[in-house]
Design a protein around this ligand. Structure first.
Ligand code: MGD
Ligand code: MGD
Ligand code: SF4
Ligand code: MO
Length: 726
């Protein structure tokens, strides 16, 4: 007789009928995993697998990558361009020429009636670098609007701003290989196991070979916090006070690296003066971490010899996000932990190509980390594009989070949204809805026509998605990866590059500038424009990117391969080559819980979903893990309010309300709830999103709510349906 496992059927791996595997790169998060998509004999994408020889993922993929081939042909994809007079009319299908002509005419009309900047463009971190560069050329060189920005203002803006303030330039200095060398890892507001599962796997690999302390700062007991040696459950929005206090202990106990400070930094005296106010006893009252733990962490970090910090949205999405980033950089500068293996200040990026937009989209300036404010940069780009430098503005225009209020005040009349879904992803969506309704003209360019923002569009452009196109993404560690075109775009949708090129042809300026038709042709312009610069691409080619599975910039002409780290020689991008130690007083300016709204509302992500779920919400094998809007709540607080596990609750903030299912868990403290922001029905109907003064990034993670049990589940369901309809 057979027992146990012998009784079971043997595992069979389904034969998907793959006849060809094609190389590409994952299009979700910024980890940058190399993927192969399997095609059957009819050319359908039927499977995905990780590429074993890729340095980033070494054959591994996370849940989202494993099912990525399913996103091409799912409900909601845009097939034909759509048009309508008013957003409340029904859309009608049209052809590309009519839709493109209409948009070009509306842009020209709005600009001639209200000025060039009255038409705004908001893009993304999720199209190819070549597409970003082309859009920048179109926005800055052809249409000529200065109100051009991207959703990276919701995401990486604080990191960009912090790097610029500390080091004189954007550019994450470290890499994943730093885990193999470090003696201490300090992570702020990052849930690596869920949000960057393969970077986390790289960390675990390093830890298996060699033990080193892992310290996680997060108000929730995340999966990352659970594996950490020390978890610091910080009071939301107070990381800056903690960081100043770590610096206090390091200086007070003489644990700093005086030679490094002297040789490579400016501003020490003022910095020292400011951190004097953050002794551990005073700081613990602000940040909620006891003074002994602050001392222990400071000593562990400073004495490690090689220590690295990583951070993500827990830092960036805060009213002092930029200061938080600078404070992390301060910590690494005073301990001499920049540019050495295992010693770095590494911002973990978000979207697959949030880096590419920073480098090449011209959103905040001009391509290749050039600035509108610099005459030489304006002249160089104008010459390269063949236009008059006077066509460029002399300073950057509004950030995404200021563009929307400028629509409210009537300063901006028309908007083009590309590969982002602000109707779900921006804070205070009841206000965003009114703003979108107020526009004279809205065009939405998205791979999925059912994204919420499209409900307010006059014209919809159906775009190709991910491997329906060709081009590059830059990942967290500055690695430029290639996305090969695996299958042709769905229906009559078109690559974003094609759409931008067609639009350019409809403008006078567009006839002066040349627009390469292929992604590789555009890449060649990037190589030329990057030569000799910090982000040098001149040693790269598509072929080399494919054979080496990505190359890290700088990669100079003649170089066999890329460079894993920046600032290895201690020379920074400020004119005198020194980094800045910045004095950063903590100002408490958040909306905090009070008697009326007694809970913190924290928001973020879960492993199975990506952002506004236009993709993962429709992939059955992923959506099944969390198909319903829900929140994490502490069982003790739930009991007091008569709320049960699996029941429903209504949350109300000063902006709006939302109904969610309740998951009881000790992951959150009694005075906090955590809501995955993936669902349109909840998090951002409530969030406040106060802005960081430097980066203009919203504090998505801090606001106050009240909570009540919802007994009538049917009423809750109707409520959510209504919320969706808006
Ligand atoms: N599965 C999945 N992966 C993704 C994404 C996705 O949507 N789904 N999105 C990608 C993108 S664009 C991004 S930007 C990244 C985001 O990646 P992460 O930033 O790691 O993810 P979040 O869940 O937004 O936030 C991380 C943590 O910040 C904590 N936090 C909240 N407030 C504070 C605070 O005041 N201080 C500190 N120290 N921590 C705080 C939260 O409790 C949360 O656990 O993920 C990328 N990867
Ligand atoms: N409360 C709260 N809100 C948040 C956050 C939070 O932590 N809490 N996080 C913020 C962060 S970090 C981010 S990055 C934003 C993300 O916010 P969004 O950018 O609004 O989210 P996505 O769902 O990724 O939107 C991308 C859109 O592009 C489309 N798309 C995908 N690929 C392509 C393509 O190749 N071409 C075109 N044309 N379209 C494409 C998708 O269908 C989707 O509609 O959300 C922010 N909002
Ligand atoms: S870790 Fe990120 S890049 Fe890698 S497979 Fe998952 S979603 Fe894709
Ligand atoms: Mo992000």
């Amino acid at each position: 007789m057979l027992f146990g496992r012998n009784q079971k059927n043997p595992i069979k791996i389904a034969d998907k009928g793959v006849v060809d595997w094609k190389y590409t790169t994952c299009g979700y998060c910024s980890t940058g995993c190399s993927i192969e998509v399997g095609l059957d004999d009819k050319g359908n994408a039927v499977a995905t697998r990780g590429v074993a020889s890729a340095d980033v993922n070494r054959g591994k993929l996370c849940l989202k990558g494993i099912f990525e081939h399913e996103l091409f042909n799912i409900p909601g994809r845009g097939d034909k361009p759509l048009m309508r007079e008013n957003y409340y009319d029904a859309f009608e299908q049209t052809n590309w020429d009519t839709a493109l002509d209409k948009v070009a005419d509306e842009i020209k009309r709005i600009q001639s009636e209200h000025g060039r900047d009255a038409f705004a463009i908001v893009s993304t971190g999720q199209i190819m670098t070549e597409e970003f560069y082309t859009l920048g050329k179109l926005a800055r060189g052809v249409i000529g609007t200065n109100n051009y920005d991207g959703n990276t203002t919701l995401c990486m803006a604080s990191a960009v701003s912090g790097y610029k303030r500390s080091f004189g330039s954007d550019g994450p200095p470290g890499c994943y290989d730093d885990f193999e060398h470090t003696e201490c890892l300090l992570a702020f507001g990052s849930n690596l196991p869920e949000q960057h599962p393969i970077i986390y796997w790289r960390l675990k690999q390093a830890l298996e070979k060699r033990k080193f302390p892992v310290i996680v700062v997060d108000p929730r007991v995340t999966m990352f916090a659970q594996m950490a040696d020390i978890h610091l459950p910080i009071t939301p929005g107070t990381d800056l006070a903690l960081l100043n206090s770590l610096a206090y202990v390091i200086l007070d106990e003489g644990l700093e690296d005086p030679e490094y400070i002297k040789a490579h930094t400016n501003g020490y005296d003022e910095f020292r003066e400011t951190v004097q106010h953050y002794d551990p006893v005073s700081a613990s009252k602000i940040c909620g971490i006891d003074e002994d733990t602050i001392r222990l962490v400071a000593r562990t970090y400073a004495k490690a010899g090689k220590a690295m910090s990583i951070w993500t949205m827990g830092i960036n999405q805060s009213t002092h996000g930029s200061d938080g980033v600078c404070a992390i950089n301060n910590l690494n500068l005073i301990t001499g932990n920049i540019g050495k293996p295992g010693g770095t200040s590494l911002s973990i990026t978000g979207q697959c190509n949030a880096m590419g937009t920073r480098e090449w989209s011209s959103c905040s300036g001009l391509p290749g980390y050039r600035a509108l404010e610099k005459e030489q940069d304006r002249e160089d780009i104008a010459k390269f594009w063949g236009i008059d430098p006077e066509f460029f503005p002399k300073k950057r225009g509004l950030f995404q989070t200021d563009i929307f209020p400028a629509i409210e005040t009537g300063q901006i009349k028309g908007l083009w949204i590309i590969a982002t879904n602000p109707m779900t992803s921006m804070s205070n969506t009841p206000r965003i809805r009114k703003i979108l309704e107020k526009l004279d003209f809205l065009v939405v360019q998205d791979a999925y026509q059912d994204c919420e923002s499209n409900q307010y569009a006059n014209v919809y452009f159906p775009a190709g998605v991910w491997a329906e196109k060709e081009g590059c993404f830059t990942n967290t560690e500055r690695r430029v990866n290639l996305i090969r075109n695996v299958i042709k775009p769905y229906g009559d949708s078109k690559p974003d590059l094609w759409i931008f090129n067609q639009m350019a042809k409809r403008f006078e300026q567009g006839k002066k500038i040349t627009f390469p038709e292929t992604a590789e042709g555009v890449f060649d312009e990037l190589r030329q424009l990057s030569k000799g610069r910090m982000l040098d691409y001149s040693g790269m080619s598509y072929e080399k990117l494919e054979t080496q599975k990505g190359l890290q910039w700088p990669c100079t002409e003649g170089d066999e391969t890329g460079s894993p780290r920046l600032y290895t020689d201690g020379k920074f991008q400020y004119p005198d080559g020194k980094a800045k130690l910045l004095a950063l007083p903590f100002i408490d300016n958040n909306e905090v819980p009070d008697d009326e709204y007694p809970f913190w509302m924290n928001s973020g992500r879960v492993v199975e979903h990506f952002h506004t779920r236009t993709r993962t919400g429709k992939v059955g094998n992923i959506n099944k893990f969390s198909p319903t809007p829900y929140m994490e709540m502490n069982p003790d607080s739930a009991k007091e309010l008569g709320i049960v596990h699996g029941g429903y609750a209504r949350l109300t903030s000063r902006r709006g309300d939302g109904v969610v299912m309740v998951q009881l868990t000790q992951r959150v403290p009694p005075n906090m709830v955590f809501i995955p922001f993936h669902f349109h029905e909840c998090a951002n109907r409530l969030s406040l999103g106060l802005l960081d003064p430097h980066s203009r990034q919203p504090a998505f993670k801090q606001c106050a709510v009240k909570i009540e049990a919802v007994i009538d589940q049917q009423a809750a369901a109707i409520r959510n349906k209504e919320a969706r309809a808006y």
